[in-house]
Design a protein around this ligand. Structure first.
Ligand SMILES: [Zn+2]
Ligand SMILES: [Zn+2]
Length: 350
């Protein structure tokens, strides 16, 4: 079968690989219907390895080259052992978070911060291929009425839902969101669900700013020409936002997030990079501000699917392109050039 594999930085290859073997107990073989390209995938391609291990992954033993793709929907082809409620043919989304199941965090249900954790499509072969093997614990049945394409968007949206949960956003809160890239947009959509009253967005790229406004932002500021901190302060009764979500991973914005959130508020860091941020203690301790990180999701994918099935949440605006897997390299290029938000790859043969 054809798979899009990461061999190293700047070295992504569409190549022939063997089909996966019959699943072992606890595994499932899934036929991929759609698989989204994530910012993480772009980052591994442009600047990696970042999350990909050069040596064997401690949990899976997998080492590069590795097939990318961790945001996907599919149909179960075979199960290595019975799974209640799931059988061959069941439509599924997949929680791609690999976990050991025995560490302190797994035992507390915090599998997304497992001591040995990894992800399908980074630490094991992923979904940029017609077939993928996943742990059965990651299978999430897709409710009737939720399309395969929308189901493939559940994973990135779960990141937003989880971040908003971590942030403790309450109905009526004012929130400043720094960055309207894929994570920022997922957070923005989840903020609407959480009942945020004012959703202010700082985004310099015009197309992203426009999309944020269309998706429910109260007001979008261009930080290149606006003092965002001051403008949001003025619009929140000179209090400041209850929550600031940093969704770019740019270290210099962390200080802005902390100094902008109201006294007693929460600065939530959802973006990541290798850089170091400077945090003035005078901005944190005397004002009892909280700074916290948020990573991925933790039982959030089924919640997204249920919200979509209940017509409470429409992920469709996230989707800006569907490419056949054979054009996967073009899709990476086009996504990297900025005008897209989410591209799905379709690995079925055309
Ligand atoms: Zn991702
Ligand atoms: Zn664990």
């Amino acid at each position: 079968m054809r798979a899009l594999r990461w061999h190293g930085r700047g070295d992504l290859r569409l190549e022939e690989v063997p089909e996966p073997p019959e699943p072992r107990p606890g595994e499932a073989l899934v036929e991929v219907t759609y698989a989204g390209i994530c910012g993480t995938d772009l980052h591994e391609h442009a600047h990696g390895p970042n999350l990909i291990r050069e040596g064997p992954h401690p949990l899976t033993g997998v080492r590069p080259p590795v097939t990318l793709g961790h945001e996907f929907s599919g149909r179960v082809v075979a199960l290595g052992s019975p799974v209640p409620g799931i059988e061959p043919g069941t439509r599924v989304a997949v929680d791609p978070c690999l976990r050991c199941g025995t560490c302190r965090w797994c035992r507390h249900g915090e599998y997304h911060i497992c001591a040995k954790g990894g992800s399908v499509g980074l630490a094991s072969p992923g979904a940029f291929a017609p077939l993928v093997t996943v742990p059965a614990y990651g299978l999430v049945p897709v409710p009737d009425g939720v399309s395969d394409q929308l189901a493939a968007l559940a994973e990135p949206l779960a990141v937003g839902l989880h971040a908003v949960r971590r942030a403790g956003v309450q109905p009526g809160d004012n929130v400043l969101l720094l960055g309207a890239g894929p994570i920022g947009i997922a957070v923005l959509m989840a903020l609407g669900l959480a009942g945020a009253a004012g959703i202010y967005v700082s985004e310099p790229a015009p197309d992203r700013a426009k999309r944020a406004a269309e998706l429910g932002a109260t007001e979008v500021f261009d930080p290149a020409v606006t003092d965002v901190r001051r403008e949001v302060f003025l619009r929140t009764g000179r209090i400041g936002p209850d929550v600031v979500v940093e969704a770019t991973g740019r270290p210099e914005l962390v200080e802005l997030a902390v100094s902008t959130v109201r006294r007693g508020g929460r600065a939530v860091l959802a973006g990541i990079s290798g850089g170091a941020a400077s945090l003035p203690l005078k901005q944190i301790v005397p004002f009892e501000r909280t700074v916290l990180g948020t990573l991925g999701y933790n039982f959030d994918i089924p919640r997204v699917l249920d919200l979509v099935a209940a017509a409470r949440f429409d992920p469709a605006p996230l989707l800006t392109g569907v490419y056949p897997l054979s054009r996967g390299l073009d899709a990476f290029h086009d996504l990297g050039s900025g005008s897209h938000l989410k591209i799905l790859l379709d690995p079925k043969e055309h």
